[in-house]
Design a protein around this ligand. Structure first.
Ligand code: FE2
Length: 229
């Protein structure tokens, strides 16, 4: 059996310190050993099935947790911080299976703290899930939030927008999730298995991040930094 290719990573120096952008759509802050993930949207599949708009099996929560577990095993972080919209809707707690809650709770423990930054989709986190609940977290010079915030001296890391970008070449073009990077902020791609994306060329990014310097595209196990024109 072929071993999967190693996930590529890109180390960026920012004015708040170093951040590792990982092609698996997460980021890592080495100085505080903190793993960051955004927009997991657990139970989106069951939400769509409940409202009759999907015939897809609702495997997304399981798949998303399993991918996060593999990444956490690689980094062995002291903290995992989910940057909001971790759960797709306010009634996700009624559909989250006890097994899924147990698997989420197993990600943290004596050696690792889990913090849920609250997002617009999940102002409450299911009670069966352990971990801290926060509006934001300050980690050194990094301000960790769900929505973007101005950060005059440090760097804001947030989610919410699910950025994606198109890479074109002579052989064709592909769209893929990306990190949107400016001097004052980084918007993480969405991590959830059933989450979509918004092109960074969309006018929504004009307000969210007016001075995008580059996009860092996560395509399969590869990662590409493309300077903004
Ligand atoms: Fe989201």
């Amino acid at each position: 059996m072929r071993t999967p290719p190693k996930a590529e990573k890109l180390a960026l120096k920012t004015r708040a310190g170093e951040i590792i952008l990982d092609s698996r759509k997460v980021a890592f802050l080495p100085e505080c050993q903190t793993l960051l993930v955004a927009d997991m949207h657990f139970e989106k599949g069951s939400y769509l099935r409940e409202f009759g708009r999907s015939v897809l099996p609702a495997f997304d929560t399981q798949d998303t947790i399993e991918r996060l577990r593999v990444i956490a095993d690689d980094y062995r972080p002291k903290r995992i911080i989910a940057l909001g919209d971790s759960f797709h809707d306010m009634r996700a707690d009624e559909r989250l299976s006890p097994q899924a809650a147990a698997q989420l709770n197993a990600l943290s423990g004596d050696a690792c703290e889990f913090i849920w930054v609250l997002g617009n989709h999940d102002p409450d986190i299911p009670s069966a899930v352990t971990g801290g609940r926060e509006d934001h977290v300050q980690a050194g010079g990094f301000l960790l939030t769900h929505h973007p915030y101005e950060c005059p001296d440090g760097v804001n890391i947030c989610g919410h927008y699910h950025p994606k970008a198109k890479i074109s070449s002579r052989l064709g073009s592909v769209s893929a999730p990306c990190f949107a990077v400016s001097e004052a902020g980084i918007i993480l791609p969405s991590f959830g298995t059933f989450t979509g994306g918004l092109y960074v060329s969309d006018p929504a990014f004009t307000d969210a991040m007016p001075n995008i310097q580059s996009v860092v595209v996560a395509y399969k196990h590869r990662i590409f930094q493309i300077k903004a024109r």
